[in-house]
Design a protein around this ligand. Sequence first.
Ligand code: GLC
Ligand code: CA
Length: 539
Amino acid sequence: MMDTWYSNMVLYSLDPETFYDTNGDGIGDLKGIKEKLNYLAGLGITCIWIQPFYPSPNRDNGYDVTDYYGIDPKLGDHGIFSELIDHARDLGIRVIVDLVVNHTSIAHPWFKAARKDKHSEYRDYYVWSDEPWDFGEEHLKLTGEENTIWTYDEEAGQYYLHRFYKEQPDLNIGNPAVRQEILQIIGFWLKMGVSGFRIDAATLLIEPYGLKDGEKLDLESFIAEMRDYASLRKGDVILLGEANVPPSAMKTYMDKGQKMHMLFNFYMNMKLFLSLARKSARPLYAALSEQTSIPYGNQLLNFLRNHDELALDQLSEDEQHEIFQAFAPQKRMQLYGHGIRRRLAPMFGNDQCRMELAFSLIFTLPGVPMIRYGDEIGMGDNLRLKGRNSVRTPMQWSTGKHGGFSPADHVNRNVIQEAPYDPKHVNVIGAYRDPDSLLNFMKRLIALRKQCALIGTAPVQAIKVRHEGLFAHRYEDKTGLQLLLFHNLTDKEISVSADEADVLADDWVEIFRDGKTQVAHREITLAAYGYLWMKKFPQ
Ligand code: GLC
Ligand code: CA
């Protein structure tokens, strides 16, 4: 069995600005994260991904960096950062951070120098052109918000490439000096004690845009170079790639235990939502068969929501439409033509059974799970906020001022104010008091997932059942330990008997189920949106 820590981690993603404000300036901060580590440890989280805290004009929620070695003074300083890392370690929590090096901020000193002087050593840190090159629609990441990838810069007298907002000029990875800078940044944050990096926009990083005629950079080898550099400095480091690609293309990013350690499982995420929308397990079975074996030493990260839009771009237009119909029927709930800008709870009509089912699924699919802050208590969204900000409102801790997020009179981002998602109805303290809350379910789910390490390591097998709405799968490790899992994707009861699924003839120990699912000898009846986990120990 693989004994790498990330093969069974439980990841929690959070944004320093919206988690907890300790100094009363209305903005969440690193100290706030440190103070709430006990909460995360109590929940059972083993690793947190802290979103960008670097100095930034904040055009793109911190994903536009002006100093890769710095910390935005509004959020804290290196002192509190290292305390946070130490405190997390004491609680058994690792910390990973964003490596945002596809682009800098337009206010980065490199770009300032580059645009000012054609002969500056920094000119070639970016990608310039006298004419905007032709590009297809598919190159636009933020359709509707930013409709070009080339912007003319008066000062430079040339166009520069930007795959996201025009305030985020793309770095020229073809330039060895830029690659050297990237390695140095990795080295620095490893010295600061982080356990790894989320590689932002990983698919774009390796685009050959900045290469001169005839020049060829083996792009995959750059990933390998980052990995080697990082691993030599810290043996158990992880690189977690943000690469929204089909299973067949994952090899570019992680392969045979090499390159990046992990990838976000965007593909499974889309198929999961398609299955939930259709109340049919077929898309899930199909996705499972496409990625049954994760290379030894690599891992996939399953998630329901992240801080961006729910991206559906690997599905056909008809499939996207089905998901919109089910979970985001109004135009204002959709984004960039292929995404949803809602939180989980509102998508599911605040139906806790459905949320539990969805979480149980991502905790049992091959790989490891990630929770987006606030989803563990069923937080809502604010569609009046622009673009992706709808899902980036402050964490709701209590019924107090600003949901306990900040003592300030005015906060940077307002907490949700409308029932049923306002802090009066949705908050951590209230959820803790209610044994049947989603939060307490999550706590049990996490504890149980940790006892089922084979999900992260053993081969998976799909189990055939008659009912289309039922998803069943099984793991078995080398010792003969087995796990059998059932998920009912429909709002009706579904029964399965041993005659139908012969695995049920064996003796299984039930370890987890929703309150209504029933287990009898050789037959089970799954409640609407029910789930059931069963274990069998080696003889
Ligand atoms: C990633 C981030 C997103 C950001 C983009 C540009 O996709 O998740 O929030 O806008 O990269 O850095
Ligand atoms: Ca603050």
